[in-house]
Ligand binder design. Structure first.
Ligand SMILES: NC(=O)c1ccc[n+]([C@@H]2O[C@H](COP(=O)([O-])OP(=O)(O)OC[C@H]3O[C@@H](n4cnc5c(N)ncnc54)[C@H](O)[C@@H]3O)[C@@H](O)[C@H]2O)c1
Length: 252
């Protein structure tokens, strides 16, 4: 798979799944815009992208802030060129039983996970429409497929990401743009380690992984390989799809 000189923006690219996607797409020949709140971690990923021989721009971005996202889009366009691949991986997680969930808990989850996906997509899709080619890949969650206790706000936000992806796939299909989503299940990242610490993974990550048909937890590169495929030229007839990366935990 070669994607020579295409420009990809990866939100949440400073950590975990997003960082692996930055490295993987760079290996495939893309230049990378990394959008994240964590500047120090972004700088480390940027060095890895450069070491792979690709150009990189880092922008401190809160994906829920339209003004900041718009400025970052203009910076990436002016330094790297039009953006035709977008991976929406930025996300937050949290646990709260329904009776304890506040309006603020709910609104923050929706603002970052769902509205952030909308804002980044809307701000960048004009480049893809102009190019008559584009790939949008949204990172959802296996928790939307199975349900999950004490995270109804998170699961609802990610369910919205899947619905948004399907609707856009129909709207943009005739313009050469595909829109797909990849729900991860039990991928070993800082987010999952935090959930483990909060007691949300009975027996810990390794035990949860061992209960999967493939008998291990997922690695960030398992996600990156799936995203790179959906970003490839060869995936042009796949849109509106949910490509589960979960070790067989949920089969659809
Ligand atoms: N790890 C898993 O098993 C798992 C399971 C289901 C879904 N997911 C989803 O995968 C995506 C990546 O998660 P991860 O496991 O790599 O987590 P992670 O915490 O390692 O990485 C998330 C990144 O998003 C960034 N971020 C958070 N809020 C942001 C904001 N408002 N604007 C910009 N950046 C922001 C963080 O700084 C961080 O770098 C998330 O959307 C998450 O919900 C992960």
């Amino acid at each position: 798979m070669t994607q020579q000189n295409k420009v990809a923006v990866v939100t949440g690219g400073a950590s975990g799944i997003g960082a692996a996607i930055c490295r993987y797409l760079a290996k495939d020949g893309m230049d990378i815009g990394i959008w994240d709140m964590n500047e120090a971690a972004m700088a480390e990923v940027a060095e890895e992208v450069k070491a792979l021989g690709r150009r990189v721009v880092t922008c401190k971005v809160d994906v829920s802030n339209r003004g900041v996202v718009t400025a970052a889009a203009n910076q990436v366009r002016s330094e790297l060129g039009p953006v035709t691949v977008l991976v929406n991986s930025a996300g937050i997680h949290g646990t709260s039983p329904i009776l304890e969930m506040s309006d603020d808990d709910w609104d923050r989850m929706m603002a970052i996970n769902l509205k952030g996906t909308f804002i980044c997509t809307q701000v960048l899709v004009s480049d893809m429409i102009a190019a008559e080619w584009g790939r949008i890949i949204n990172i959802s969650s296996s928790s939307t497929q199975t349900g999950s206790p004490n995270m109804s706000h998170y699961v609802a936000s990610k369910g919205g990401v899947i619905a948004f992806s399907k609707a856009l796939a129909v709207e943009l299909g005739g313009k050469g743009i595909t829109v797909n989503n990849v729900p991860p299940g039990s991928i070993d990242t800082p987010m999952l380690r935090n959930l483990e610490k909060a007691g949300g993974l009975p027996g810990g990550i390794e035990a949860v992984g061992a209960r999967n048909p493939v008998k291990r937890a997922g690695r960030p590169d398992d996600m990156a390989a799936a995203v790179a495929f959906l970003a490839s030229e060869g995936a042009g007839y796949i849109t509106g799809h949910t490509l589960s990366v979960n070790g067989g935990r949920y089969m659809s």
